[in-house]
Ligand binder design. Sequence first.
Ligand code: K1U
Ligand code: ZN
Length: 170
Amino acid sequence: MTIRPILTAPDPRLKAVSTDVEKVDAEIRKLAADMADSMYEADGIGLAAVQIGVPKRVIVIDLDQKDGKKNPRTFINPKITWTSEEMATFEEGCLSVPDIWDDVERPARIKAEYLDLDGKRVEMEADGLLATCLQHEMDHLQGVLFIDHLSRLKRSMAIKKLTKAKKLAV
Ligand code: K1U
Ligand code: ZN
């Protein structure tokens, strides 16, 4: 089990645009396993590789964590192929934006495709929290945080709070 530290805003490495995985090999499977360990340790439901400083298009999500049961899903080179016109609002949090939660509106339903841990292409449809979480994690792959969806005032208040918390931590 390897827990890797999760970067927190305003770390500039979170702004990196992640690149496609060329081959799903042992190194990528180890990265996905480390990401899952790090996500569980931080009590998260999702994590993008860039959040542990690896700007590759890899995401892990586990929405079924109950009674210590673990069922992480890995999405490699994910791509959204369709979004609904209907929108949905969820209160979002982020392991890279600690202690800040706010409502974000996103398409309610999406279709996506990705590679699984065997390198097989998978097509899927998602709604509810899975659709929200996938869009949130795919934003990370573009260097976008959920606070970038908030008003300028809310975003600058959030950055101030995060910067102050970092200064107090040293
Ligand atoms: O990207 C991340 O940092 C993961 C993030 C995912 C997410 C949460 C909510 C809406 C959209 C995306 C998190 O896991 S934040 C932590 C969290 O959700 C949670 C923590 C403790 C208990 C319950 C939930
Ligand atoms: Zn996040």
